[in-house]
Design a protein. Structure first.
Length: 191
C-alpha cells in the first residue's frame, strides 16, 4: 500500500507534468542545431589555411600587425562558434526541464539570429565569394564556390530554420501549459 506522504511527515512533492511532444521535438531540433554548428566549426577550422592564403593573395603587402588582426578575427570566430554550440546544448537541457526563462531566452536568441542573418551576408563575384562584410568591415574569405555556398548561405539559413522550428514548437499551447506547470511547481516547493 502506498502512502501519499513520506514517513517524515512532509507532504510529497507535486507530480511533474510529462514533457509534451512539441517540447521533446524542440529539444531534438536544438541538438540538431548543435550538431550542425559543430560540423560548421570543423569545416571552418579546416578552411583556416585557405583563408590565410586568400588574405595573402588578395593583400600581398600585409604587415605583421595586419596578419595578427586576421588571426585575432579567426580566433574570435572560433570562440563564437564554440559559444553557439554551448548555447544550443544549454537551451536544449533547460527547455527539456521546463524552465520558462529558457523558452523566453530561446526566443530572444532567435530574434538576434534573425538580425544577424540579415546583417552578415556574403558578397558574390562571378559565382564565388570574394569577401564577407561583417559590421561594415570587408574580409576576403573563400574562393571556393562549394565552401562559400555552404558556409555563407546554406548553413546560416539551415540554422535559422532550425531556430524557427524550435521557437514555434516551444510556444505551442501544450508547451505553454508545461512551462506554466513547472513555474507553479517551483512556487509550490518554496511555500
Amino acid at each position: 500500500m502506498s502512502q501519499p506522504y513520506p514517513s517524515s511527515g512532509q507532504p510529497a512533492e507535486p507530480r511533474r507534468p510529462a514533457v509534451p511532444v512539441p517540447v521533446r521535438s524542440a529539444v531534438t531540433f536544438m541538438y540538431v542545431g548543435a550538431a550542425v554548428s559543430t560540423v560548421t566549426l570543423i569545416i571552418a577550422l579546416a578552411l583556416i589555411p585557405g583563408i590565410k592564403a586568400a588574405l595573402r593573395t588578395a593583400h600581398p603587402g600585409l604587415t605583421a600587425a595586419q596578419a595578427g588582426d586576421a588571426n585575432t578575427l579567426i580566433t574570435v570566430a572560433m570562440v563564437f562558434g564554440l559559444a553557439v554550440i554551448a548555447a544550443w546544448l544549454w537551451m536544449a537541457q533547460a527547455n527539456g526541464q521546463g524552465k520558462n526563462w529558457a523558452r523566453i531566452l530561446c526566443t530572444v536568441l532567435f530574434g538576434l539570429a534573425t538580425l544577424e542573418l540579415i546583417r552578415v551576408r556574403p558578397q558574390y563575384r562571378g559565382g564565388y565569394v570574394a569577401r564577407f562584410v561583417i559590421g561594415g568591415h570587408v574580409y576576403p574569405v573563400i574562393h571556393s564556390a562549394l565552401g562559400a555556398m555552404v558556409l555563407g548561405l546554406i548553413v546560416p539559413v539551415l540554422l535559422w530554420l532550425t531556430g524557427l522550428a524550435v521557437v514555434w514548437l516551444l510556444w505551442r499551447p501544450a508547451c505553454s501549459a508545461f512551462f506554466r506547470g513547472r513555474v507553479s511547481l517551483a512556487r509550490a516547493a518554496v511555500s
